[in-house]
Each structure stands twice: as C-alpha cells, then as structure tokens.
Design a binder for this molecule. Structure first.
Ligand code: GLA
Length: 727
C-alpha cells in the first residue's frame, strides 16, 4: 500500500519505495505537514510538533496560546487568519474580502489516477499509482478545495494538484492557486534554480537560503528561457553523487512561480504553481478550477539520482505517443544553412548531400509559406509559397522520400503577422486588450488562443498542411512572449484568466493534432529552449534545446537541462564555425560529440564542407547510429560540470548495462596542463569492460574508482569519446 491512513492519529503516510511523505489532521481540521524524506517504515511521530507560545503568533482558539497557524507546518496555507508566511492560495469573495480558512472535511484513497481536465499530467496504470484526495472547505464562503496527491511507488515520485469548487450561490475570484506547498521543518539548504535567456538557456544557480524568500517566476506567458519551472532544495554538502535533494518541477507551459521561504524558526516553505500575476480565475457557482500538476522528487543520493528519477518518470509516465521509447532519426535542418533564402534546388542539393552522408530526415524550417522572406510577414498564412516551392510541398516531400529520408516541416502556429492574409481577414484574432496599442515582438503578434474559434482555425490550417503531403515530423515553434493580454470575448471580471486560457487553448490544439497525427514526430521549440518544460513534453517528446549551437555553450545548456529532462528530449545539432551565435571556432569533432550527447542532427550547408569534413561527418553519423540506443534510451550520468571547471564530462550506460559511452571535453587549453581523470559512473564494479577502440579490458571498479587519464593535447575545445562493452 502506497497510502496509509492511521485513523487514531489522523496521519496520512504516503510511501514510495524509497521515500515517505507524512501529514496529519490536527484538531480535526488543520492539515499539517510532518515529514518528507527518506523512507521510514512506521511513522510514530518522534519528531512531534513542539507547541509554543510565540510572540505575534495569533491564536484561532484564545484558550490556547501555543497553537497558531503562523507556526503550524501546513500543507496548503491560507491567508488572513494568522499565518503570515506566504500563502498557497487566495480568494476574493463577493464582499471583497480576501480572508479564507480551509478545514479538513474528508478524504478518499483510490487506485490509479484520473487525467487533469484540459491539462497535461502524468499517468500510470492502477497498479503503479495510488491517489489521495483530501477535501478541505471554507464554510464561510463555501469553497471546496481538493488536494490531490498521487503516489508512484516504484518511481519514487509524488505528484500534486489542486481543484477549487465554488459551492456558494455567488461568484468567487481565485487570485492565487498554487499546485503545491510544503513546510519542511529544517532550514539548512541551498536553493537550486535554472536561469537564462534566449541563446543562453538553463544556467545553474545555487545559493544558500538564509532568510526571507527566494522566488523565481515567469510572467511572459510561457515557462520561458529566463527561469525554468524547477526548484530544488539541496543540503550544503549535496553534490552529483550524494546528499539530500527536494526537487519540484511544474507540468505547465505558462506563467509560474516557485519559491522557498525561510521563516523565523528555521522552517522552509517550498511552493510551486501558476503565477498569481495576471493569473486570476472568476469562479461561478458550481464551477471547478483545476490547477496544473507539480512533480515532487526526494532523494538522499544527490543530483544525478534526482535526474534519474525525473528521466525515468517522464519517459514512462508523462511523455506520450509512439516515439517516446523509439530511436529518433538523425536530421538535417535547413535553417542555419539557408535561413529564408531557398528554392527547390537549394533544398534538394542539401537533402541529396544529407542522404549521401547517412542523415535520415530532412527538415524544412521557416520560410516555406505565405510570402515569408523575413520574419515580419506571413505568420498565420499556412499555405505554400509557390515562388519558392513551385511544385508544392507534396512534391518536395516525395523527392526527399525518394532520397531515402523522412520529411519534416516547421510551423509557428500560435502567431500572426500584421502582414498576412489572416490579419486582413481577422484582425480580431490578435491577443490584445481593447483600446491599447499592440506591442510587437520579432515583428509579429500572438493569436488569441483563449478563443475556441481561433484555436480551431489553427488546428484546421495545420491539419490541412499535414494532410497535404507526407510529413513525418513537425517542429512547433513559438518566438515571442505574450503582451497586451486580454480578450474582448470574455467579461471584464475574466480578463485575469486570459494568460491561463491561452495555455489551455494551446494544450487543446496540441492534444487534437497529436491525437490526429500519431505517426508524426513532434518537436517543440521556442526560439530554442524557451519553452522546454514538462507540459510541452507531454505532447511533444523532444525540444530544440537552444538556438545557440556553439559547442561550449551547449555543454552547459545540455548539462543543466538534464537536471530534469533526459538527453533524448534535447534537440542538438552540429552547425558551422565561426558559430553564428558566439563567433567561436570549435573543432568539428567536439561539435559532433556535444550534439551526439543529445538528440543528434545537423544544421549547416553540407555542400560548403571540405571532402575531409564530409568524411568526418560520415564517421560521426556512423558512430551515432552505433551509440544512439545507449544515448537515447540509456541512463545519463553527469561527471564534471562545465559550470565549475574548465572541463565537462558525462557518460551514458545502456539499459541492459552492456554499453558505455563517455565524453570528455576540455574547454581552454592550459599551460602546465594538469592531467585530467575521467571516472565513469553507473558501471558494474564486478564486471569486466572492453575498451572498443583498443580492445583493452578493465574492471568496472577500476574505470569508476581509479579512472582513465585523458591524454594531453595543446588545443582549445578538444574532446574525447570512450566506448566500453561489458563482457
Ligand atoms: C526560431 C527557432 C529556430 C528557427 C527560427 C526560424 O528562432 O528556434 O530554430 O526555426 O525560429 O524563424
């Protein structure tokens, strides 16, 4: 049993194979948090809450000054009646009051887990997950709140979400509705978050939590490259291989907040959910609001193990469709090769060369529709530009297929250009607030996906193209953030809903199209990895990791992305040097090894490479085909962080434990260079492994504990790949 309820003590004990999460109903009404961490077989409350009369801590019961919500470790804290810490939800009633008070009413424990209406969410069979729903109520305003906990026993994951139902006869406005909150009665943590920008996604920020709040957020309408919807509390001594980590990740693609608040008594409140800024919901009588889901992972085995739990969970319980566990094709994308300037001949020349070197899919990127010669026109006009492609898409796709390759196509379906037929016909389709000027981004406007008719237009226009030719892959792009958010089709009191309604509209579109086209491999993109989140991965099992293809930058971007997401989800391409984003010149081998550490492809004009380089490309493709089962479906271990050193190292072990692929990267060449060691991870200490390049045999223990000394070389940006086979 994953969920135990002790009637006498009113204690819920949520157990996975390795963790425990314990709550108690105190005084028959307050849902309190007792423990989250390493598994304890029987929880007998040795760490009892010590009741104490604290100054300025108000008391719901005046006869007992030791009891205050301000000091109670809570599960879903309210506001206005004595807990002055940050709340998990807030609601404005008809009279304008924002005070609320939830009390426990009942609970139920069920096998399995229901889908979340309109939202991406984890799933599992009835044997793999158990669900606890705790019904809480504010009886003054008749608001019922269901706190849902899903316990994935084998995966060592707990997920949480919340539902609000208005049981009163007048409307309520939800002004904050986080998906989870937990009060940890300890404070000695670092907070890890992932920050960045376009071309510089997901850098690791690790800072110590002292007092007050560390909060990250997105207010941009998407999860954003600026902050990822991820936060972890780690002990000071936690590293890749050991130590406590409490990590949360949001299954949502819109605005979010994540925060850690240290209170005056050395407790931490950890929270995650939709951003309350522009994130209200007008809840009519009998209506229900469903929050997105948060995935919660605890381990005492360090950051690598945290990632293994996330990777395994997302591969088996979040991503959908036939490609999740399938080997992904090596692709060539024409974007950095041609940008908007192409014609049939140019594309076919590139495709022909790509097929010669062994590439398996050709992706036609931006610029094939409307009259799009630059990025300020034609979005919304999803019909072929006959000037560039006189024979049409179907013909082009057939030609590509004749070369033995699959054919993929770029879309940016959520957008509209002012210079477009769509805008001429439907200026009202633009996401905007009546009476305010538009704010343009990358020369374009955003479609109002809070409107069903606009979503249906998007579905139809993409569907028509997908039906018009043999299309095997879609790159789904999104290249600006939301501004002037509003929609005249909704009431004034609902304008705070539009940001979330946009995301719901997007999910509706993606659900419809991915259901209708199960054979198409979808890759999401937002100017690179600007919307690389678990919500998108539910629909599309891979993401273009960054527009930055510089090998050195990519080491960091891919390293940090792997905190939550497995390498198979990370689109990674070899591009030209000097690199178009950084101007840096790195060797083709290093560009190859970095890209091969993810979902491999090329994004350059192969026809401009020398014969020698083409030979090298062929070798890379041959190698990737040999190792990709291990890279894509194996287990990924981070060894040395490019955020901390002049080197980066990682290795992959295939699921059956037989194949090992390791990469060593040395960024700048150093004078008096020290000899670097590569200590592999995840091997069987008692097994023997053969080095596939020289046939030498080593024990797994030696490769892991003693390590390999990497040869010295006077060269910047050099790299080394090692392959071993277990014998
Ligand atoms: C975004 C994507 C790129 C490319 C361009 C096309 O920036 O991230 O890969 O598709 O759009 O406009």
């Amino acid at each position: 049993m994953a969920i135990l309820y002790d009637k006498n003590e009113n204690i819920f004990h949520l157990k996975t194979n390795a963790t425990s999460y314990v709550m108690q109903i105190i005084r028959d009404k307050y849902l309190s948090h007792l423990y989250w961490g390493r598994k304890v077989e029987n929880y007998n409350n040795s760490r009892a809450i010590i009741w104490k009369d604290r100054g300025f801590a108000p008391n719901p019961d005046y006869t007992d000054r030791t009891f205050s919500l301000d000091t109670l470790p809570q599960e879903y804290p309210q506001t206005g009646n004595g807990d002055f810490r940050i709340c998990a939800y807030s609601v404005r009633d008809e009279n304008g009051s924002r005070i609320s008070n939830l009390e426990y009413k009942s609970h139920k424990i069920i096998k399995g887990k229901n889908p979340l209406k309109g939202l991406p969410a984890s799933f599992a069979s009835e044997d793999e997950v158990q669900t606890l729903i705790i019904y809480m109520q504010d009886s003054v305003i008749n608001l019922v709140v269901e706190l849902e906990y899903n316990v994935f026993e084998k995966s060592n994951v707990i997920t949480r979400n919340v539902r609000f139902t208005n049981k009163s006869s007048s409307p309520l406005t939800l002004t904050k509705m986080l998906s989870m909150s937990v009060d940890i009665r300890e404070k000695e943590f670092d907070v890890i978050t992932l920050y960045g920008a376009h071309n510089n996604e997901r850098n690791i920020d690790r800072r110590s939590l002292k007092s007050g709040i560390i909060q990250i957020e997105s207010t941009r309408g998407t999860s954003s490259p600026q902050q990822s919807p991820f936060m972890a509390l780690a002990r000071k001594n936690t590293d890749e291989d050991q130590g406590d980590v409490y990590a949360i990740n949001f299954v949502y693609s819109g605005n979010f907040i994540a925060c850690a608040q240290a209170d005056a008594f050395e407790n931490v409140r950890l929270q995650m959910g939709m951003n309350p800024l522009n994130g209200e919901w007008y809840l009519k009588p009998d209506e229900t609001f469903q929050t997105p889901e948060v995935v919660m992972v605890y381990t005492y085995k360090g950051l690598n193990h945290m990632s293994h739990i996330f990777h395994d969970f997302y591969r088996n319980h979040l991503m959908r469709g036939k490609y999740v566990h399938k080997i992904r094709p090596i692709l060539i994308n024409n974007w950095e090769a041609t940008f908007f300037d192409f014609n049939e001949q140019k594309l076919l020349n590139l495709a022909k060369k790509a097929s010669d070197v062994g590439i398996e899919m050709f992706v036609l990127d931006d610029g094939w529709f409307g009259h799009r010669d630059s990025d300020d026109s034609s979005l919304g006009d999803w019909f072929v530009d006959k000037r560039k492609l006189p024979h049409g898409l179907s013909w082009l796709s057939d030609e590509i297929h004749k070369l033995g390759m699959k054919f993929g196509l770029w879309f940016e379906p959520e957008m509209i250009s002012e210079d477009s037929e769509l805008y001429k016909q439907h200026p009202d389709y633009v996401l905007h607030t009546e009476g305010r000027p538009y704010t343009i981004g990358r020369g374009q406007l955003v479609l109002d996906l809070s409107r069903k008719d606009v979503c249906d237009y998007v579905i139809k226009s993409v569907r028509d193209i997908l039906n018009s030719a043999k299309i095997d892959y879609v790159k789904w792009d999104m290249n600006r953030h939301l501004t002037d958010v509003g929609s005249s089709t909704y009431l004034p009191c609902q304008q705070g809903e539009i940001t979330h309604r946009y995301v719901l509209g997007l999910y509706y579109i993606m659900q419809t199209l991915t259901d209708e086209f199960p054979d198409i491999l979808f890759e999401s993109c937002s100017s690179g990895g600007g919307r690389f989140d678990a919500g998108m991965l539910y629909y599309m099992p891979q993401t273009w990791c960054s527009d930055n293809t510089d090998a050195v930058c990519r080491m960091k971007i891919q390293y940090a992305t792997s905190f939550m997401f497995p390498p198979i989800t990370m689109g990674a391409h070899v591009s030209v040097v000097p690199n178009q984003q950084t101007g840096r010149v790195t060797p083709l081998s290093t560009r190859g090894y970095v890209a091969m550490s993810g979902n491999f492809g090329y994004e350059l004009d192969l026809n401009t490479l020398t014969d020698e380089e083409i030979e090298q490309v062929k070798e890379q493709i041959y190698l990737y085909k040999e190792i990709r089962e291990t890279i894509q479906n194996g287990i990924f271990y981070r060894i040395k962080s490019p955020f901390e050193e002049n080197i980066a190292q990682w290795n992959f072990v295939s699921n059956d434990g037989k194949n090992v692929v390791a990469f060593h990267f040395e960024i700048l060449s150093q004078p008096a260079a020290p000899v670097k060691l590569l200590k592999l991870k995840g091997l069987d200490a008692n097994a023997q492994y053969k080095n596939l390049s020289d046939g030498k045999i080593y024990g797994g223990d030696e490769l892991m504990y003693s390590g390999i000394s990497v040869p010295l070389k006077k060269q910047d940006f050099r790299s080394q790949c090692y392959r071993f086979y277990k014998i």
